[in-house]
Design a protein around this ligand. Structure first.
Ligand code: PHE
Length: 344
């Protein structure tokens, strides 16, 4: 029996030194010292020995068990220490490394130009409003003095939603919405998206406008001119000049188209202004008394001016952008060029 104990002990000690992780050590413990382990079953054999032999064998067996137990314990501590070191090495975190810069977006040039324009008019005492993009025929046309079958409807190639609704062809319906819901004085600018069935290098079926409306007593074409000159000088350069050319819109009378001296060449003539030194930026005029009356404003007491400008057009002039499609492709190489300081 002694020899058996010795051989089990040797096997157990060899298994302990071969085990390389906590799990393997656990298995060794079960195999040799567990309830039905090899040493335990040998112990059950003690009962068959003679009275004299039994204490002697018991002693040998306990010593062997204690030896295995001690080997297991010291190896377990050793393995646990190594496993802890490995885990620490794996989870090492260098808190002194600089952080990763998140990629920063930039304002779209149309957004920038819209904010710049709105800021100029806020400075002149205008407020800002917005309106629906699906607009009724009533506001988009009729209240603006464009009755059904009026030839002026041809000026704007309209997307019809159904017989009485359209995708608004301009932001001007907001003039009628403001005049029918507010009491004068009114000073408001209305930025928004507009739609026309039109598509080439300078026209897109979706584009952006800003509408302006001022209604008060004693407003003249001179007020319109002064207001737009102040705007142009803040938007472009402080020596920018403007000129008014006669035009026609059903909702303004008289109507004008407004040009500014070319921001690219300063008026000397270049590709952007096609050599003329002037570029058209907007349509405007004195609010037609017929529109005032349709919107419930007494035209003998009140008058006003209105203007509508295209944001893409202003951005193209201001930044010398040759094709309107560049605004919508969202090529980051294009957009990155407008990453100046974001003013608030
Ligand atoms: N709504 C006109 C257009 O889209 C512009 C305009 C607005 C003209 C206000 C006069 C007054 O072309």
């Amino acid at each position: 029996m002694k020899a058996q104990i010795e051989s089990i002990k040797q096997a157990a000690l060899a298994a302990v030194s071969a085990a390389s992780d906590t799990q393997a050590l656990g298995e060794v413990r079960v195999r040799y010292l567990g309830k039905s382990g090899e040493m335990t079953s040998l112990m059950k054999g003690l009962g068959a020995l003679s009275k004299e032999e039994r204490p002697e064998m018991g002693k040998v067996m306990n010593a062997a068990r204690a030896e295995i137990e001690a080997a297991l314990e010291s190896k377990t501590a050793q393995v646990a220490q190594r496993e802890k070191e490995e885990r620490l090495a794996l989870e090492k975190l260098d808190v002194t490394l600089p952080g990763r810069q998140p990629a920063r977006g930039t304002l779209h040039p149309i957004t920038r130009v819209r904010e710049d324009i709105v800021r100029v008019f806020l400075g002149m005492g205008f407020e800002v409003a917005e309106g629906p993009e699906i607009e009724s025929d009533l506001y988009n046309f009729q209240l603006l003095n464009v009755p059904k079958d009026h030839p002026a409807r041809d000026m704007q190639d309209t997307f019809y939603v159904n017989d009485s609704y359209v995708l608004r062809t301009h932001t001007s319906p907001m003039q009628a919405r403001m005049m029918t819901t507010r009491k004068p004085p009114i000073r408001v600018v209305i930025p928004g998206r507009v739609y026309r069935s039109d598509d080439d290098a300078s026209h897109s079926p979706i584009f952006h406008q800003i509408e302006g409306l001022a209604i008060d007593k004693h407003i003249t074409l001179g007020d319109l001119e002064g207001c737009l000159l102040a705007f142009a000088q803040q938007m472009f350069t402080k020596d920018t000049e403007i000129r008014l050319r006669p035009s026609y819109f059903p909702f303004t009378e008289p109507s004008v188209e407004v040009d500014v001296t070319c921001a690219i060449c300063g008026g000397k003539g270049c590709r952007v202004c096609k050599g003329t030194g002037w570029v058209e930026i907007l349509g405007a005029g004195v609010v037609n008394p017929a529109v005032l009356e349709m919107c419930g404003i007494d035209s003998t007491e009140y008058g006003g001016f209105a203007f509508g400008l295209g944001l893409e057009r202003i951005a193209m002039i201001k930044y010398g952008i040759p094709n309107i499609k560049l605004f919508y492709e969202n090529d980051v190489r294009f957009l990155k060029q407008f990453n100046g300081e974001v003013e608030k």
